[in-house]
Design a protein around this ligand. Structure first.
Ligand code: DWN
Length: 386
């Protein structure tokens, strides 16, 4: 049973950047709930996936050096293996592989075409049991099924895991990584919740849901990317040795209270406080005539700006390196997005970090800005100037 603990208000499609203001922009009510059966943190209602993932999806994994390096390093572990990737995006992971060893699945057709053109077999479909049957017929069972920042995007987890179980060899491993619930609670990063993230995973919840679909977690790696993620290794039940990292992570999560509804009621209070603090800081900057912009037109900042009611009165514009986002307006609050090449300079007093998860990469890159007295604002883990 889903018990709601947080209401993040009316939200637009997080990655639907607009060419111009439109009167019929799509909004949905973003409610967040604790599932008492599995301990899953999940949305009260899900947005229909084709509204988010279609032929004009704009998020490119390869826009950050950190992620390009991250996937390059991971690929080195699997030399000479074959792999199936669920949600291959612009190919940021598979580009490290020989195309003959890869089967990719990517429902955003603009990216599916891009990776196909590079020679990778790419199915332009959503991941379902039906698709896994088609792939099984054409390519046989798979030894490694990989997915990064994708499984938490899929509303129907039971079908997702059944489809994986259906396609894995008996000794096959399903490896997937997504932002962790522990990371979100520790960082107070409620902006991890938006239409594309219908769930935020704890190891406890994942193991419950995997098990009812014939899979179990055999190992967990804690990653620093995206504000704290977990890489989960799962196999068919009974086919692998269970590493101590599984129980270690679960007991840490129990210490954080991730298996209890009350924990999230307290989290919701902190979210409200964070909103008040951010609005107070931005309003103060405005009253002092400071120039405030935002750095990184992220899905996360769509949640923040729409929940807090932050528009061009408080943030003049957003800089982003993604060509497909530049020249557009941010979803819901319609802040203009521009290239940092011309708009991130010494005239900026404060830059709110929409991409706070890349703070180290950004700090290095923007050394000059910082040395000239420019400052960043973040809400993670508390609202502050850094
Ligand atoms: O799961 C998801 C994650 C992995 O990526 C998706 N649902 C969508 C997306 O979420 P996001 O938009 O919150 O992701 P990022 O990775 O935090 O986005 C960073 C954005 O900032 C990109 O548009 C690129 C931009 N950027 C920039 O302008 N300058 C990034 C860096 C590092 C920079 O220096």
């Amino acid at each position: 049973m889903k018990k709601q603990f947080l209401d993040l208000g009316k939200q637009p499609i997080a990655n639907k950047f607009l060419k111009e203001k439109i009167s019929n922009e799509y909004f949905y009510q973003l409610g967040v709930a604790f599932d008492t059966d599995t301990c899953l943190i999940t949305q009260t209602e899900y947005v229909d996936p084709p509204l988010m993932f279609n032929d004009s999806y704009v998020y490119r994994g390869s826009m950050s050096k950190t992620m390009v390096e991250h996937f390059k390093n991971l690929s080195k572990q699997f030399i000479n293996k074959s792999i199936l990737e669920i949600g291959s995006n612009d190919g940021v992971f598979i580009k490290n592989w020989n195309p003959k060893n890869v089967v990719a699945v990517e429902p955003c057709k603009n990216f599916a075409i891009e990776t196909r053109d590079l020679g990778y077999t790419t199915y332009p479909n959503f991941w379902t049991t039906e698709l896994s049957n088609t792939i099984k017929e054409k390519h046989g069972h798979q030894d490694i099924i990989f997915s990064a920042n994708c499984i938490c995007h899929i509303p129907d987890l039971d079908d997702t895991f059944k489809a994986v179980e259906n396609l894995l060899t008996d000794n096959g491993v399903f490896i997937f990584e997504d932002p962790s619930l522990a990371g979100m609670i520790n960082n107070n990063s409620y902006d991890q919740i938006y239409d594309e993230h219908p769930h935020i995973f704890s190891v406890i919840a994942l193991d419950n849901i995997l098990k009812r679909n014939g899979l179990e977690i055999i190992q967990v790696e804690n990653l620093t990317v995206h504000g704290g993620s977990n890489r989960i290794y799962a196999m068919k039940i009974g086919n692998g040795l269970i590493d101590p990292s599984v129980e270690k992570n679960k007991s840490y999560e129990r210490i954080l209270g991730l298996d209890k509804f009350e924990t999230f009621v307290r989290f919701a209070e902190k979210v409200k406080q964070s909103k008040e603090d951010l609005l107070r800081l931005l309003t103060q900057c405005k009253s002092e005539n400071k120039k405030v912009i935002s750095y990184g037109a992220t899905s996360k900042s769509t949640t923040i700006f729409n929940y807090c009611g932050i528009g061009t009165d408080l943030i003049q514009y957003i800089t982003d390196t993604t060509p497909e986002k530049q020249g557009k307006l941010s979803p819901g609050v319609h802040i203009p997005i521009v290239s940092p090449d011309h708009a991130f300079d010494e005239s900026v007093d404060y830059a709110y970090l929409g991409a706070w998860n890349f703070i180290e990469e950004i700090r290095k890159k923007e050394n000059n800005y910082l040395n000239q007295g420019g400052k960043f604002i973040t809400h993670v883990p508390v609202v502050q100037v850094v």
